[in-house]
Design a protein around this ligand. Structure first.
Ligand code: ATP
Ligand code: MG
Length: 403
């Protein structure tokens, strides 16, 4: 069957009262941008749906693209017909016959949004249901648990009939929830944290701490590639800030007792990320911390580290098991990049046994041993390299000319 339209339904949007208009226009922009590579599609924003005219384009790849977009609840391939009851019945029959090859049960879910249409939702169910029963064999009605739900939506632009729904990504449209700086390491957890942060409508910018020549170009390229993968969900692009961190790590190595170097390093990372948040109008920091996994992520550690900033820190994977995080990373496409074997700055400089219960007071005291820390931080912030990474554009050797 050649479906001619897609009906895109919003998720939690309908609950959000006043913000609704803003949410809907953000979502519509994201959909338009996502579907740009298909030049024959036409999109329209209706009252509580987006309708995509396929113009001969097969629906499967388009639905797949739409499934990356937060704020979409479900997507259905649909047949459009004029707002005329006889036409609607015939088209509903076509759709049902396509969806149900042999015997089975169905129900009709009519929804009249166009109030001037003379048949209301209840009557639609009756009229169409009766017609379908008359014109099929071995098919019966089951209103509670039907094999096929024939959805009939009467809108001012026509009636859309669908029998099949694909789940959307859920969440809220990107851009409605402010902006956070995502600390992106190249591991498995932080890209997942970025994905989940965006799921709540929050835009992200990436911050990566890089320590050349101790960490390689390939380690950095990995972070670029991860960011690129995340642009699928971000509305098309993400800004990535790469912070030169070698001098600071060297200072930590020289001045700080080994057991506290991890704690101090994290504190400095947070301070720098906070500065970048201020400069880029972000109101929060997001990271991939997970309670109790490693020494830097015990409750004691967070207590000793977190105090350097007043910004909210979003930790979307804080309570997850590693396997749950890995599942998500596989589903969103970041896993294979994350497991590439290049060292990041933390692994190279740090002792094999950092303190799992660092003390805040000691951390503060030790940190003072790096007398020029403020200047080092300032210098790092001034030397940050920032690039925009765009969906669908090659990022090979992105930084070749920069460092
Ligand atoms: P990940 O899988 O995200 O690397 P992890 O479980 O390996 O996380 P850590 O390496 O201890 O944990 O890092 C905890 C968090 O600190 C990371 O999720 C990330 O948000 C941040 N982080 C660590 N290293 C860096 C880095 N080089 N640049 C930016 N952020 C970092
Ligand atoms: Mg890591």
């Amino acid at each position: 069957m050649l479906y001619d339209h897609l009906v895109v339904r919003y998720g939690e949007l309908s609950l959000k009262g006043k913000n609704r208009r803003h949410f809907e226009s953000q979502l519509f922009e994201t959909v338009k941008r996502k579907l740009r590579p298909y030049d024959n599609l036409k999109m329209a924003k209706l009252f509580d749906r987006i309708v995509v005219e396929l113009n001969g384009q097969p629906f499967e790849p388009v639905i797949k693209s739409l499934q990356d977009i937060f704020g979409i609840h479900s997507i259905s391939p649909a047949l459009r017909t004029e707002n005329n009851l006889e036409e609607i019945k015939k088209t509903a029959l076509l759709a049902l016959q396509d969806a149900m090859v042999k015997r089975g049960t169905f129900k009709v879910t009519g929804k009249r949004s166009l109030k001037s249409f003379p048949v209301n939702s209840m009557q639609l169910n009756h009229e169409i249901g009766g017609y379908l029963l008359q014109h099929t064999e071995d098919i019966t009605v089951d209103v509670h648990n039907p094999d096929v739900n024939v959805k009939v939506e009467v809108k001012d632009t026509g009636t859309y009939i669908s029998c099949q729904s694909f789940a959307g990504a859920g969440g809220l449209p990107i851009g409605v929830g402010g902006k956070a700086m995502l600390m992106l390491s190249g591991g498995i957890d932080s890209p997942v944290a970025g994905y989940l942060t965006m799921k709540r409508g929050v835009r992200i910018e990436g911050v990566h701490f890089h320590s050349p020549p101790f960490t390689s170009e390939r380690a950095k390229q990995k972070v670029v590639d991860l960011t690129q993968e995340l642009t699928r969900y971000s509305g098309g692009k993400i800004k990535l800030h790469v912070v030169p961190f070698t001098q600071i790590q060297q200072a930590i190595k020289d001045k700080i007792p080994a057991s506290y170097s991890m704690t101090i390093m994290r504190r400095v990372m947070l301070k720098i990320t906070e500065r970048l948040a201020e400069e880029n109008n972000a109101m929060a920091i997001a990271n991939g911390e997970n309670l109790g996994q490693v020494a830097s992520q015990t409750m004691h550690s967070m207590y000793a580290i977190n105090e350097v900033t007043n910004l909210p820190i979003l930790r979307p994977v804080i309570t997850m098991d590693k396997l749950e995080i890995m599942d998500i990373s596989q589903r969103i496409g970041t896993y294979d990049i994350s497991i590439r074997p290049y060292e990041d700055c933390c692994t190279i400089f740090l002792p094999s046994a950092p303190k799992t219960k660092p003390k805040r007071e000691k951390a503060i005291r030790f940190e003072k041993k790096i007398e020029n820390l403020a200047e080092l931080i300032e210098e790092a912030v001034q030397s940050v390299e920032s690039i925009f990474i765009e969906e669908g554009k090659s990022t090979e050797n992105t930084f070749e000319d920069l460092f």
